[in-house]
Design a protein around this ligand. Sequence first.
Ligand code: SAM
Length: 258
Amino acid sequence: MDIVEEEIREFLKRNGIECLAKSEELWEKAKERLGEKAVEGIGPEEFISKRYFLVNQNLKFYDIFECRYDRYELNVSLLKDLVGFMDSPECEFLVSVIDSGCGTGNHICFLAKKYGDRKHEFWGYDRENGMITIANEKKERMDLNNVKFYVSGHDEPMFYEKEFADLLYNMGALYLRREMKPEDIAERIRNIFLRVKPGGTGILGPIESPHFYKNISDILEDYGIGYEGARKVQEMNEPWYVRGGLYNHYFRIGEDGR
Ligand SMILES: C[S@@+](CC[C@H](N)C(=O)[O-])C[C@H]1O[C@@H](n2cnc3c(N)ncnc32)[C@H](O)[C@@H]1O
């Protein structure tokens, strides 16, 4: 395990996110936190395989969901990829970072702590008030003064004073529906990237194979949003995920792309 990975695992642990490999352990934890009644009538396997955790229905479910083995490992790999990018030469002059659909702020708080000496500004927004409440508690607990959280939806562009960031990433918060056409998906991505400065970077993850963006990237090109490529963040073999792994997809927002 390298130093960054150790740092990430330690951070997650301090925030109550520990790897629970066995579904029985997770189920026990769910019972303990939510009470027997909430998980009545379902066994541990069912609890896991049906993805019983509906993020916006119960925030405590979300917390437990984070501990599931694949989700935990995914958090570690997502953070490793973001750190890799932040440490690359192209981020030398980076000033501001937005976590779009930040949930409870795990990723942005980690980055704000790690890059606290760089004078960057970090923002996180989420449409769920409850998520932002937990994110703010985390921020206080970690004594961070370089991160701000806002309640906002993707389609509400002006959510803080300096609305443009050098880097925006969206991890698992695109909320695409099966019936959405490539044009609709491109439109949603464009709306999210309106918060990025021309010349800045947008990252969407963790999403299945690079093919996902083949027909969408052409539409985005017309908006001046260039697809730069994908980096694999995790192998996924569980039946409800597309086999072949999950990727972070990198985009460059063109000078006239907004
Ligand atoms: C699966 S969680 C991921 C949270 C975080 N990015 C992470 O990786 O831990 C998805 C989040 O997206 C938020 N979300 C969904 N649709 C949104 C929208 N239209 N605007 C802003 N946030 C949204 C949800 O409230 C939820 O907190």
